[in-house]
Design a protein around this ligand. Structure first.
Ligand SMILES: Nc1ncnc2c1ncn2[C@@H]1O[C@H](COP(=O)(O)OP(=O)(O)OP(=O)(O)O)[C@@H](O)[C@H]1O
Ligand SMILES: [Mg+2]
Length: 275
């Protein structure tokens, strides 16, 4: 079918290692596999973490296309790689660290063209997908600017261990600034609490603080540490069945968690879209 109109999501926080890539890859997997929606992940992080996980997920041993070539050639379509049923990827490579150079070479000092380039490149892909997820590095940079202005919704990950909401707060403030400056109507779709170490007083406090600031935007589902989610980094995302055809208990737990996250985000989206 060629008449879709993808919704574009960016997962963000201006802090490193808080679970952004985990969230992108798992949400994309559940969108494609559980909800059977045509899904694309665009990896905008030159570290290529999402690329590595999804390549393993699809059993892809060598990747020859890249978002870098897509940006240089002005067309992302030829860079698309199929991962599994309903799930595609535009991979990143380390050459993408030169994004600023590519943008300047293409557009000189024309900042508007620079900042809206990804949005322009995504436009023709929208008719092929239901959902497009963008993974970004944790910096205020050409990567985050391009991703934010190409997205319909921001999904914020909030690490509850930290005594402050800094990374998430800065991200939301910056998102609002960009959205106002460039007249885009980017919204926060939801704030996903990530509790990657054993929960304690700090976590509860940060969570309460987040709820008092952002109210119903904060998801009720809390993403806790699960060894199986870590294993997916190395082995790719999977669902194993035992000899009796029953889903492996740890896979089931990992997938159920992100199906819950996605279900809550979908509910938020329904409300926001009806406003
Ligand atoms: N719920 C979880 N359970 C277990 N491990 C997790 C979970 N969430 C994330 N991790 C692990 O934590 C590490 C950091 O996660 P991730 O790479 O998603 O963070 P990130 O915010 O994308 O980092 P960066 O800022 O470097 O891009 C990874 O090793 C990942 O496997
Ligand atoms: Mg990452």
């Amino acid at each position: 079918m060629n008449n879709k109109n993808a919704t574009v999501y960016v997962v963000g926080n201006f802090k490193g290692g808080v679970g952004k890539t985990k969230t992108v890859t798992m949400l994309a997997y559940e969108s494609a596999t559980h909800f059977k929606e045509k899904t694309l992940v665009i990896d905008l992080d030159p570290q290529g973490n999402a690329t590595r996980v999804l390549a393993k997920t699809g059993g892809i041993s060598s990747i020859t296309t890249s978002v870098t070539d897509g940006f240089s050639n002005g067309d992302l379509e030829p860079e698309i790689v199929n991962v599994t049923t309903n799930l595609d990827l535009i991979p990143a490579n380390t050459a993408f660290r030169n994004l600023t150079k590519i943008l300047v070479q293409k557009f000189g000092n024309d900042e508007d063209s620079q900042i809206f380039y990804l949005k322009k490149l995504i436009e023709p892909l929208k008719e092929k997908y239901d959902r497009i997820y963008i993974d970004v590095p944790p910096t205020i940079s050409d990567y985050s600017d391009n991703a934010m202005l190409a997205a319909d919704y921001c999904i914020i990950v909030l690490q509850t261990q930290e005594l402050s909401l800094d990374g998430a707060q800065t991200y939301i403030a910056y998102m609002q600034f960009l959205s106002d400056k460039y007249n885009s109507n980017l919204n926060v779709l939801g704030i996903v609490p990530m509790m990657l170490r054993a929960g304690g007083r700090v976590d509860t406090k940060v969570l309460d603080q987040a709820i008092s600031m952002y109210g119903g935007n904060v998801l009720q589902t809390i993403v806790k540490y699960q060894e199986r989610l870590k294993v997916y980094d190395v082995e790719g995302i999977s669902i194993n069945y035992n000899q009796r055809g029953k889903m492996d208990m740890w896979d089931q737990k990992a997938h159920a968690l992100f199906i819950n996250v996605l279900t809550e985000l979908n509910e938020h989206q329904k409300v926001l879209d009806s406003l």
